[in-house]
Design a protein around this ligand. Structure first.
Ligand code: NAP
Length: 256
C-alpha cells in the first residue's frame, strides 16, 4: 500500500490483541488515520488476517504478528517478529487481555498466575523492550477496565486487580517516558460487545443481560469496539499531547 493521508501518516503502531474485539476496533481506527498497524494475535491467525485485510480495504497498511502472551520470553519473541516488519514505532497499544469468571473463593493459583501473566506481566515487559523502539513523542496506551475504579465486583476480583496493577504501571511509566515526550495513558472501557462477553451477553437467551447491561451506561447502550478505537486515536494524536498518566473513563458513563 502506498502513502496514506491522515493524522498518523508515516507513523507505525502496534496493537496487541489487535485481531479481534476492542483491539480490532483500535487497529482499524489507527489504520484509517494513516498509521501502519502491527496487528498482534495469540493463536487465531485467521482473525488477524481478516483485520489486516479490513484495514487494507480502506486504503491502509497493516501486518499480522503472532505471539502467545503469558509465556516465557513472550515480549522478546513479539518484538523480534515486529522488527521483521517495521523499523521502530510511534504508538504502542497494550490491549490483549483475558477475563475470568472465578470468584474469590473459586480462583485457583494457576488461573491467578495466568491472569497476571497476560494482563500485567506481558504489557510490562512488552513496553520495557518496546521503549527502545518507540520514537520520541510517541504514545503508550494501556487498555484497562472501568472495573479498576468501579464499586467492588468480587465475582471477578482477580481480573479487576490486574487492571488496577496496569493503572499503577500507567502512572509510573508516564514519569519514566515523559522526558522523551512520550505520553502514557490507561483507557478504561465499560461493557463492550466482544467475543469475550459473548457467552453471557449475545443471543436471544441473553436478552435480559444485554438490556440491563445497556442501562448501566448513561447513554443507554452497550459499547462497541469503535467507541474505544476513537478514544485511543485521540490520545495517540497530537491533540492528546497534554494528557499523560491519566485514567480515561471510556465506559459511556457507566460509573456515574
Ligand atoms: P477479546 O474479544 O477476547 O479479544 C482478545 C484479543 O487479545 C484477541 O486479539 C486475542 O488474540 C488476544 N489475546 C488474548 N489472550 C492472549 C494471549 N494469551 N496471547 C496473545 N494474545 C492474546 O477481548 P476484548 O473484549 O476485545 O478485550 C480486549 C481488552 O479490553 C482486554 O484487555 C480486556 O480486559 C479489556 N476490556 C474489555 C471489556 C469488554 O467488555 N469487552 C471491558 C473492559 C476492558 P487470539 O484470538 O489470537 O487469542
Amino acid at each position: 500500500m502506498g502513502a496514506h493521508a491522515g493524522r498518523f501518516a508515516g507513523k507505525t503502531a502496534l496493537v496487541t490483541g489487535g485481531s479481534r474485539g476492542i483491539g480490532r476496533g483500535i487497529a482499524e481506527r489507527l489504520g484509517r488515520d494513516g498509521a501502519r498497524v502491527g496487528v498482534h494475535f495469540g493463536s487465531n491467525e485467521v482473525a488477524a488476517k481478516e483485520t489486516v485485510a479490513a484495514i487494507e480495504a480502506e486504503g491502509g497498511s497493516a501486518f499480522a504478528i503472532g505471539t502467545e502472551l503469558g509465556t516465557e520470553g513472550d515480549a522478546r519473541a513479539l518484538w523480534s517478529r515486529f522488527d521483521a516488519h517495521a523499523d521502530g514505532l510511534d504508538i504502542l497499544v497494550n490491549n490483549a487481555g483475558i477475563g475470568t469468571s472465578s470468584s474469590f473463593t473459586e480462583t485457583e493459583v494457576a488461573e491467578y498466575d495466568r491472569l497476571f501473566a497476560v494482563n500485567v506481566k506481558a504489557p510490562y515487559f512488552i513496553t520495557q523492550l518496546g521503549a527502545e523502539r518507540l520514537r520520541d513523542g510517541g504514545r503508550v496506551i494501556n487498555i484497562s477496565s472501568g472495573l479498576s475504579r468501579a464499586a467492588a465486583m468480587p465475582e471477578i476480583m482477580a481480573y479487576a486487580m490486574t487492571k488496577g496493577a496496569l493503572d499503577v504501571f500507567t502512572q509510573n511509566l508516564s514519569k519514566v517516558l515523559g522526558p522523551r515526550g512520550i505520553t502514557v495513558n490507561s483507557v478504561a472501557p465499560g461493557i463492550v460487545d466482544t467475543d469475550n462477553n459473548a457467552g453471557w451477553l449475545r443471543g436471544e437467551e441473553n436478552k435480559d443481560a444485554w438490556e440491563s447491561s445497556a442501562k448501566l451506561s448513561a447513554l443507554g447502550r452497550i459499547g462497541e469496539a469503535s467507541d474505544i478505537g476513537d478514544v485511543v486515536s485521540f490520545l495517540a494524536s497530537h491533540d492528546g499531547r497534554w494528557v499523560t498518566g491519566a485514567w480515561i473513563d471510556a465506559t459511556g458513563g457507566s460509573l456515574t
